[in-house]
Design a protein around this ligand. Structure first.
Ligand SMILES: Cc1cc2nc3c(=O)[nH]c(=O)nc-3n(C[C@H](O)[C@H](O)[C@H](O)COP(=O)(O)OP(=O)(O)OC[C@H]3O[C@@H](n4cnc5c(N)ncnc54)[C@H](O)[C@@H]3O)c2cc1C
Length: 403
């Protein structure tokens, strides 16, 4: 590969970008990471960090930094389907806990880690153009916080710039497995609504909400509805939000003494996979793959992409493997790992009752702690849905409920 000023330029410095930059910098590469945002800053996203993402932080030596911010641990996930609820432990022995850190805290921590490990971080830098020469991406052009337009060159430009990626727009990767918006949801933060280490999800036909504890003794409550209702509901989000919560009177009672501490924020998103590499470019995080947020997988996926992509780029940049071969490996591994969860996520996001055999399986799991823990681990992205819904496992759970 040609020698450029940087080995890698990463566009976007949140969950996908900063870890990618950090991991490349740790391997000795000269890395520039830019973001039009400055940090700390918030972004449109809730922020459940399932145990696999927590494990990534631990592996990177960053978990203590997160826990020292006073972020409350979460040890139980509960899914209330109306007639019954499944309540279980989402983690493993190695990573038993989930967290729900504010993005102001998490993203800042990641940016700082990238910088400390040697990546050059430029905040307030907007990428306006991708520089392409002879069909190959060779750099970026953009404006820094001083207003000056600059061009920077690198062997590879990594897009970690989210769903509206400017890099993806420029390189036009193949897009597949596309899904339309399936639900819309809005969230805000409440004081005086203790959760006692629990992430609670309430699902009713076409509707649902979830509550989870976060920093500063606040609880995040997100409420959503099937996308076909969105036209009618979006004009009065607040009324719709409370309508969802009122579907569960016991929860609505718990909220009565609570204070709302922020404005409502929310959206609906499309699902897609994008081919995550090409000549001189790579995609990580939402820039490369997006799924509805109902299963809260985005940050875990961004962390996994960062590790897979940084490893593949290391192989290519060091000359250990041809670029196309190592990046094809990244592509195949990503798709293989996320596809079963993508299908489950799309199914859940319709907010339609699951097929009768799945309903029977979930009803049978009720009261069977081992099965409820397994279901919590599926939602946490610890156990593949393929494993949980496999015929043999389903038969075991069904037989257990009959004995
Ligand atoms: C409503 C909602 C709720 C969600 N809840 C959860 C959840 O509970 N748990 C979970 O794991 N995931 C959740 N997600 C998904 C999660 O937010 C994303 O998957 C995650 O943020 C992806 O990280 P990223 O780094 O790829 O992109 P982003 O977090 O979108 O970061 C992209 C960065 O790129 C920068 N950027 C963009 N364009 C440019 C440019 N031209 N120049 C410079 N910088 C640029 C942006 O400023 C931004 O900082 C949710 C998403 C939504 C929408």
């Amino acid at each position: 590969m040609a020698t450029n000023r940087y080995d890698a330029i990463v566009v976007g410095a949140r969950c996908a970008g900063s870890p990618t930059a950090m991991l490349l910098a740790r391997r000795g590469y000269k890395v520039l990471v830019v973001d039009r945002a400055t940090f700390p800053s918030d972004t449109l996203s809730t922020h459940i960090l399932h145990p696999p993402a927590v494990e990534s932080l631990q592996r990177w030596g960053l978990l203590d930094r997160l826990t020292s911010t006073g972020c409350p641990p979460i040890d139980t996930y509960s899914f209330d389907f109306g007639p019954f609820a499944l309540s279980g432990k989402p983690g493993t022995e190695a990573a038993p806990l989930a967290y729900c850190p504010r993005r102001t805290v998490l993203d800042k921590l990641l940016v700082d880690a990238a910088s400390e490990d040697g990546a050059e971080v430029r905040e307030g830098f907007t990428v306006q153009e991708i520089v392409v020469e002879d069909g190959r991406v060779v750099g970026i052009r953009g404006r820094g916080s001083d207003g000056a337009t600059v061009t920077e060159r690198a062997d590879v430009v990594v897009a970690a710039d989210g769903r509206s990626s400017v890099v993806a727009k420029a390189v036009r990767p193949e897009q597949y497995n596309e899904r339309p918006e399936l639900l819309a949801a809005y969230y805000t933060y409440w004081s005086g609504l203790p959760m006692d280490g629990r992430y609670e999800v309430y699902i009713r036909p076409g509707h649902g909400f979830a509550a989870v504890p976060t920093h500063d003794d606040l609880t995040l409550v997100i409420a959503g509805w099937a996308y076909e209702e969105h036209q009618a509901r979006k004009h009065d989000v607040e009324a719709s939000y409370f309508e969802m919560v009122d579907l569960v009177p016991e929860f609505a009672d718990r909220m009565r003494g609570a204070e709302r501490e922020a404005r409502f924020a929310g959206t609906a998103v499309r699902g897609y996979f994008r081919r995550p590499y090409g000549p001189g470019w790579a995609l990580v995080g939402d820039a490369g793959y997006n799924r509805d947020f109902i299963t809260a997988q985005g940050i875990s996926d961004a962390f996994r992409d960062a590790e897979l992509c940084a490893t593949a780029l290391d192989e290519a940049l060091s000359g250990a493997r041809p670029y196309d071969e190592s990046m094809a490996g990244y592509h195949a591994t990503r798709d293989e790992q996320v596809l079963p969860m993508y299908e489950l996520t799309c199914q859940l996001a319709t907010l339609e009752p699951p097929p009768p055999e799945v309903q029977a399986l979930l009803a049978a799991a009720h009261g069977n702690q081992e099965a409820m823990d397994a279901f919590a681990r599926v939602n946490a992205g610890v156990t593949s849905p393929t494993e949980f819904f496999a015929e043999e496992n389903a038969q075991r759970i069904l037989a257990g409920s009959r004995s």
